[in-house]
Design a protein around this ligand. Structure first.
Ligand SMILES: Cc1cc2nc3c(=O)[nH]c(=O)nc-3n(C[C@H](O)[C@H](O)[C@H](O)COP(=O)(O)OP(=O)(O)OC[C@H]3O[C@@H](n4cnc5c(N)ncnc54)[C@H](O)[C@@H]3O)c2cc1C
Length: 377
């Protein structure tokens, strides 16, 4: 039996970012079922941070997190993010949505400007303009291209520097209440701790059920990404992250000659090792070809990952009712990286019973917004 103060289940961005903070307060063991951290959603994101998704709460979490993500790295460490423009485009019938998004950018003091369709095409030379494609546009120069591998590695290094441990190949198979704490069986070992943190992403409800904790209705949704070559010999790396404000697609550069895109699909799925499907790949390619002059001759590769949502699409952070010491850290949706600094700060306070972080409270956030109690759990 291995004793710890806190056992974190899940070695994705949620589990590792929370564990790194918690390790400053006691011994932390992270249990990851796969052979490496970040195998599931956290290894499959498109690694961008912007204000074009989520509601006011998600955007407040994003605004609180951007300075940490953009901070200069410690000597000898890679940067976690670099500034990269985000171009938000609207058809003629979507201008009101773009207006609302412009207001959001203004509210958060972003370095943004409304631009004409021709100016948008100057940024993305393959963009079609006109009422059916790009009729109005907004560019945010403060968005960030994230280095998600560097983020995971930095949290893992932090965890270890504070004496914490990541155990891979440790698939949690049973959780039971023992005295005033919990016993967690994983990978042939049993771990005992007064606090168990459920950061199991798409599997968060399944992990709760192992502990006889009421599930919260986490819905994993599959999203597909395609990768293809840009126009011959053109350096596409300065092209902006380009996203339609409504249904449509997003497109962003991946290195000098390669582009990635998604139709922003979100197909409900069981928790699983998600794989891209032919139809979703075809839809993504078609959306890009409809909106741009890009011919997609060959898909170089594609992948899919699960974005996991609570019923109200907000993260769930807090102690489960009637299960002392069992803490939810789930439902990071499509913004788990861009909100990780703020969410891990809130999780640290929730797990340890500390006051709600001042800067998060000043941004209008509260424990109640994230508490599982709001979902009847
Ligand atoms: C295509 C795509 C694009 C995205 N783009 C962005 C983006 O641009 N910006 C952004 O901020 N976010 C983005 N996201 C969302 C982001 O990737 C997720 O919000 C984030 O990765 C969720 O992290 P997590 O740690 O909760 O989940 P995961 O990374 O899935 O981690 C959960 C871990 O728990 C482990 N686990 C589960 N059950 C058990 C068990 N019984 N025992 C032990 N371990 C267990 C799993 O193996 C897994 O490693 C994107 C997601 C997808 C799929």
């Amino acid at each position: 039996m291995r004793q710890a103060d806190m056992v974190v289940i899940g070695g994705g961005i949620a589990g590792l970012s929370h564990a790194a903070r918690l390790a400053q307060h006691g011994t932390v063991v992270v249990l990851e079922g796969e052979s490496a951290p970040g195998y599931h959603a956290s290894g499959r994101s498109v690694a961008f941070a912007h204000f074009g998704l989520g509601d006011a709460i998600v955007r407040a979490l994003t605004a609180l997190s951007l300075p940490d993500l953009a901070a200069p790295p410690a000597e000898g460490h890679p940067a976690l993010a670099v500034r990269h423009p985000a171009l938000h485009i609207a058809r003629a019938d979507e201008v009101a949505v773009l207006d609302a998004l412009e207001e959001v950018h203004r509210q958060f003091g972003c370095d943004n400007v409304r631009i004409t369709p021709d100016e948008a095409r100057a940024l993305l030379p393959v963009l079609k303009t006109g009422p059916e494609h790009c009729h109005a546009a907004l560019v945010d120069h403060g968005s960030l291209k994230l280095d998600t591998d560097a983020m995971l590695a930095a949290h893992l290094a932090d965890l270890r520097a504070h004496g914490g441990t990541l155990v891979t190949g440790a698939q949690v198979s049973a959780i039971k209440r023992q005295g005033s704490g919990w016993q967690v069986a994983a990978g042939g070992e049993t771990y005992a701790a007064p606090l168990v943190i459920n950061a199991a992403g798409a599997w968060a409800d399944k992990v709760a059920q192992m502990a006889a904790v009421t599930p919260i209705g986490i819905e994993p949704r599959r999203r597909t990404v395609i990768s293809f070559a840009g126009p011959d010999s053109e350096d596409v790396s300065p092209w902006p992250f380009t996203k339609t404000v409504g249904k449509g697609f997003y497109l962003l550069p991946e290195g000098r000659g390669q582009l990635i895109a998604s139709s922003m699909d979100q197909t409900p799925s069981d928790p699983c090792d998600a794989a891209s499907e032919e139809l979703d790949i075809a839809i993504a390619a078609d959306r890009v070809e409809q909106a741009t002059t890009l011919p997609i001759r060959r898909i170089s590769h594609s992948w899919a990952g699960l974005r996991s949502f609570a019923p109200d699409e907000l993260p769930v952070i807090g102690h489960a009712a009637r299960a002392p010491g069992f803490v939810w850290c789930a439902g990071q949706g499509g913004y788990g990286f861009q909100t990780a600094p703020a969410l891990s700060l809130i999780a640290e306070s929730a797990v340890l019973g500390l006051p709600f972080p001042d800067d998060c409270a000043e941004a209008g956030l509260s424990f109640a917004m994230f508490s599982p109690a709001r979902l009847g759990a």
